[in-house]
Ligand binder design. Structure first.
Ligand code: GLA
Ligand code: ZN
Length: 670
């Protein structure tokens, strides 16, 4: 497989919108900005297949040649993301159908049903044609398949999907009795005697069967993955050595990133933090999550150079913000920084979405100068390629749990997987503790601490794994409404949280969700900390209380617990804390699990506003110091280091201006 040697820098390139003159200007500007990689042909279907029996590669050939001549590598898309009008006219049955039965017609993009066999056959033919033509092209360095699966179409209720869903259920359950058992269909007279009695979960009078809904979500993710695999196989028929990927979307709910990553050679995501936010933690988290999908460096496949066009108010990135957030990704394991798109469109839906080259066409503009600066800097940092991110802590992340947790008819509608995860993640980020994300099927052994946030759906396998992990000395922390149901959304009986109660040394008798806008407090030692959303009746079965509820019926009862299990320790938070409370608990756990801040052996004073992370290879540590504060900060060093961007040796201390960063290379002692 072709190996990456340079950090990738560039963006989506859509030259079909532009004149030859502008395209030639693009080449000049790309060279100036040190662009070495562009994504081409993502929405190119109709350009290369203008009608059913005509393939015309003239323009794409020319672009590939031109980019090659300019030493710019190509992430070449098979171009299947937006089916042409002629195809829709001939086969309107490829269109996705909304829950109300309405087709989503041609005139935007992603107007296809992922299950539709006709669409799939056209996709296969197109992918094979593109792969055959460019497999050996010297500009080609990556295959880009489709675009952001389920970004716009995350459900479809067409007949193809219905047939495919019934088939999917057949493969999963084998017998209808097994399906009935797993779906708890004895309730509300829902039992099926044959598979063709089963609908897609369309409009229904009231709550839909949750296991039915959960399987539909699994099915949609699987159907899109099957489509990805079909596209990949079509490419692999002609091209075996070029890595294959698609652009994922970080915290996007509808496709299971771990399952997709298994089929991808490289993972990447499209990062769209809101410039109005100073520290967009969900996007910071998504860098770590995306890297964790393969436990390998990832690519930022798209980010906005400045504003997007799809929020109600589209803030422009402030000077330095794009650069600092790009380094945030690099500091957390990115091996490439890409933008949507190279040149801001003149017409069409995204003309007010920023580009690396703006409408103003001014090479002296703030934005273009920053684009050039970042390109020049990344050229100095190629030794980072392939280095490993260092993390002692793992958060469990499970798309299936996310789907199950947020279905309706739960004790509180306020439970939110990502918001709760973000609140916990933020504390680790601020304390400069590196985190990975793990799928429940992965090993927990590499980590000193495992965090299971709102992990409502837990398999028996995972429950067993956690017990073994803690028993052997691991630290495990979980939060309210975790360990409640199995993979069929059936409750573990005998007291909550069934899957975790043994390892936690507790039993929860009853939930006491709070009114939606209510706040309460828990007491830890002499202090009290604000809570919301949730309280519950916890009985200690060996565990001890770390914090107690303070109000009403629950006053004095345990709210946070700790339990020594085997050689390890487990912790439970039975409410939703705010930042201060989370911080106190997490700091206590980090001390007990003996997890120091990143690079504390090299740095004497970890300042609050400096974010510290580490990437490493066998020879060196690369310490990233990002200053998110308002003023410059001086860090005391225990060792001398080489500052990559300054190209200078630093000793004793280093000053990092506000909104700026340093990357220190420190050899490992051998
Ligand atoms: C997505 C798409 C791009 C573009 C950007 C705009 O990420 O993949 O084609 O539409 O959004 O933010
Ligand atoms: Zn469909």
């Amino acid at each position: 497989m072709l190996r990456q040697t340079e950090l990738f820098y560039g963006g989506d390139y859509n030259p079909e919108q532009w004149s030859r003159e502008i395209i030639m200007e693009d080449m000049r500007l790309m060279k100036q900005a040190k662009v070495n990689y562009v994504s081409l042909n993502i929405f190119g279907w109709v350009n290369i297949q203008p009608s059913e029996d005509v393939f015309d590669f003239t323009f794409l050939d020319e672009m590939m040649e031109l980019l090659h001549k300019n030493e710019i590598g190509v992430d070449l898309a098979n171009g299947t993301a937006s089916p042409p009008a002629w195809l829709v006219k001939k086969h309107p049955e490829i269109l996705p159908i909304t829950i109300n039965g309405t087709p989503s017609v041609h005139g935007s993009r992603q107007h296809y049903c992922p299950s539709n066999q006709l669409y799939r056959s056209y996709v296969k033919r197109l992918s094979e044609a593109v792969a055959k033509r460019y497999a050996d092209h010297p500009a080609l360095i990556m295959w880009h398949i489709n675009n952001e699966y389920t970004c716009h179409i995350s459900e479809c209720y067409c007949d193809s999907c219905l047939a495919a869903f019934r088939q999917w259920l057949k493969e999963k359950y084998q017998t209808i009795d097994e399906l009935n058992r797993c779906w708890s269909t004895k309730f509300w007279s829902q039992s099926y005697s044959e598979r063709d009695e089963i609908f897609l979960p369309k409009e229904m009078p009231t709550f839909k069967n949750p296991a039915h809904q959960l399987d539909y979500k699994r099915f949609i993710s699987d159907q899109n993955l099957a489509l990805f695999k079909l596209e990949k196989e079509a490419i692999r028929k002609y091209s075996q050595d070029i890595p294959v990927m698609t652009n994922l979307m970080g915290l996007h709910k509808h496709v299971d990133g771990f399952k997709f990553a298994e089929e991808m050679d490289v993972v990447g995501w499209d990062a769209y933090p809101n410039p109005f936010e100073e520290k967009p933690y969900p996007q910071f988290l998504a860098n770590d999550l995306t890297r964790s999908l393969k436990k390998k460096p990832f690519l930022v496949m798209e980010q906005a150079p400045s504003a997007v066009n799809w929020r109600a108010a589209n803030g422009a990135k402030k000077p330095g913000q794009m650069r600092l957030w790009s380094y945030e990704a690099l500091a957390h394991g990115a091996d490439g920084i890409m933008f949507f798109q190279w040149r801001q469109s003149q017409g069409g839906a995204e003309k007010f979405h920023s580009g690396m080259v703006s409408h103003n066409q001014d090479p002296e503009s703030r934005l273009f100068k920053e684009i050039v600066q970042l390109g020049e800097e990344l050229e100095q940092l190629n030794e980072l390629v392939g280095t490993t991110y260092v993390a002692d802590v793992a958060f469990v992340f499970d798309w299936e749990n996310w789907w199950a947790l947020e279905l309706d008819a739960k004790p509180s509608a306020k439970i939110n997987y990502i918001k709760q995860m973000r609140d916990l993640y933020k504390v680790f980020h601020e304390l400069n503790i590196g985190v990975d994300f793990v799928h429940p099927s992965e090993s927990l052994d590499p980590y000193k601490l495992v965090i299971s946030n709102a992990q409502y759906l837990v398999t028996e396998d995972f429950s067993t794994k956690v017990k073994a992990y803690v028993n052997a000395g691991g630290h495990f922390m979980t939060t309210f409404f975790s360990g409640i149901v199995d993979e069929n959304d059936r409750v573990y009986l005998g007291g909550y949280p069934g899957a975790f109660k043994e390892v936690l040394g507790i039993y929860v008798e009853e939930f006491y969700p709070m009114p939606l806008d209510a706040k309460s407090r828990i007491a830890i030692g002499d202090g009290t900390y604000e809570t919301e959303t949730w309280e519950e009746v916890i009985h200690l079965k060996g565990a001890q209380a770390v914090a107690n509820f303070t109000q009403g019926y629950l006053a004095e009862m345990p709210a946070v617990t700790q339990y020594k299990y085997g050689k390890g320790e487990s912790y439970y938070i039975g409410t939703k804390l705010f930042e201060a409370g989370n911080r106190v608990i997490i700091e206590k756990i980090l001390t007990e699990a003996d997890i120091p801040s990143t690079a504390s052996e090299f740095i004497q004073n970890q300042s609050h506003s400096i974010s510290v992370t580490c990437r490493e290879n066998q020879l060196d540590n690369f310490i990233f110091l990002l200053n998110y504060g308002q003023k410059s900060e001086t860090i005391q060093l225990n060792v001398s280091a080489y500052s990559l961007l300054d190209e200078a040796i630093v000793q004793d201390n280093i000053t990092i201006p506000a909104n700026d960063l340093k990357i220190l290379k420190i050899p490992k002692v051998r």
